[in-house]
Design a protein around this ligand. Structure first.
Ligand code: EPU
Length: 337
């Protein structure tokens, strides 16, 4: 384990923001992780997973720990289900592809989401009608106070839309080191109701899809709408879809009869932030080397060389404009550092 100094974090965040870490270490074992936390250091520590859900706005006066724990394996196999475990530093999409090669079902709708396995439970990643919580079985996390590994079951994690205990009560207190998923080996439950999946499968001329077909459809949809972080810096959805009251929704619908929406309970309606931002006129807007993606207004992009503060300023302008036009607050989904 080697501590490096003044390292650029550009390759370690999908926005491609060039800030420096005062100290940087790649952590490849839990033993190393514990030893780092047992040693006194004058710098605060900062945990970096896949770097896919953060906007870095300044140099880090910190010891940055790049969680690089690797490994994936089958824990137990029964007739219809399997428990699989992946270490935190595994790339999420490569892990999903591995489950599909083994014909394990449950993660196919979550194909091509950037980031690592270890950070996936923190915001309960979700896409195309499926959330991580649907297949999450448990995770092991290092308690940073006791330096012991604790196991969190699905219910321990208090999963919610883009939220979990790791963003609330347990925030900053644990590092997730591995995650176990319960997947199907037979009788896979297919989620094809999400509009875009059904039409993509039709386009692919597939009427009896396998889990692998669904993954291919999801990959095609994502590639058509979302920029590849290897080509254009971005962090996926920059904002969460806001949830507003039914009364507020009815008022909004009066002025905008076509507003897309999902009724999530008797009193709450979710509005796509992408629609609000597009209607506010920001879709495809470019300000020099950064802007709003032309195919999905929810995604802010760095075309190369933008600073975190440039993108932060744009996000604030969008939030203020959406507030002024629709009286709706949209919250950032990415962590602003
Ligand atoms: N819309 C617009 N303009 C846009 C984008 C969207 O009008 O520029 C409208 C669409 O027409 C549609 C609605 O908004 O009626 C919803 O759009 P979409 O299906 O693309 O999904 P989303 O709500 O924009 C969410 C997730 C994505 C996930 C997709 C698919 C959040 C914040 N985002 O986006 O997650 O891939 O659903 O399930 O919940 C991510 O978190 O990084 C991410 C990409």
């Amino acid at each position: 384990m080697q501590i490096q100094h003044n390292i650029s974090l550009k390759p370690f965040n999908t926005f491609g923001i060039d800030v420096k870490a005062k100290q940087f270490v790649s952590v490849t074992s839990v033993t190393d992780l514990i030893s780092i936390y047992s040693t006194k250091s004058e710098l605060p520590k900062f945990i970096l997973g896949g770097g896919s859900n953060m906007l870095l706005t300044k140099d880090m006066e910190a010891l940055v720990l790049h969680i690089n724990l690797k490994g994936k394996h089958i824990l137990s196999l029964s007739n219809d289900t399997v428990l699989v475990k992946a270490e935190a530093g595994e790339n999420w999409h490569e892990f999903v592809l591995w489950t599909l090669e083994n014909n394990f079902g449950g993660l196919e709708n979550l194909s091509l989401i950037p980031g690592n396995v270890g950070t996936s439970p923190i915001q309960n990643i979700g896409a195309y009608g499926v959330e991580l919580k649907d297949t999450f079985y448990s995770c092991d996390a290092l308690n940073l106070e006791t330096l012991e590994i604790e196991t969190f079951s699905n219910s321990d994690c208090h999963f919610d839309y883009r939220n979990s205990i790791f963003k609330e009560d347990a925030k900053g207190k644990y590092i997730i080191v591995s995650v176990v998923f319960k997947l199907t080996t037979n009788n896979h439950v297919l989620h094809t109701n999400y509009g875009a999946i059904a039409s993509e499968l039709e386009h692919m001329q597939i009427s009896n899809p396998t889990i692998q077909d669904i993954s291919k459809a999801v990959i095609a949809i994502r590639q058509s709408k979302l920029p590849d972080p290897k080509e254009i810096g971005n962090s996926g959805s920059f904002f969460k879809n806001p949830i507003i009251s039914k009364d507020a929704f009815l008022k909004l619908q009066d002025s905008f009869p076509d507003v897309p929406h999902y009724v999530i309970s008797e009193d709450d309606v979710k509005i796509p932030a992408g629609w609000l931002i597009e209607t506010a006129g920001f879709k495809g807007k470019t300000l020099g080397n950064y802007g709003v993606h032309k195919k999905q207004a929810l995604v802010l992009v760095n075309y190369g060389g933008a600073s975190g503060n440039d993108i932060l300023k744009l996000s604030k302008l969008i939030q203020n404009t959406v507030m002024r036009l629709f009286d709706i607050a949209i919250e950032a989904e990415v962590n602003i550092i």
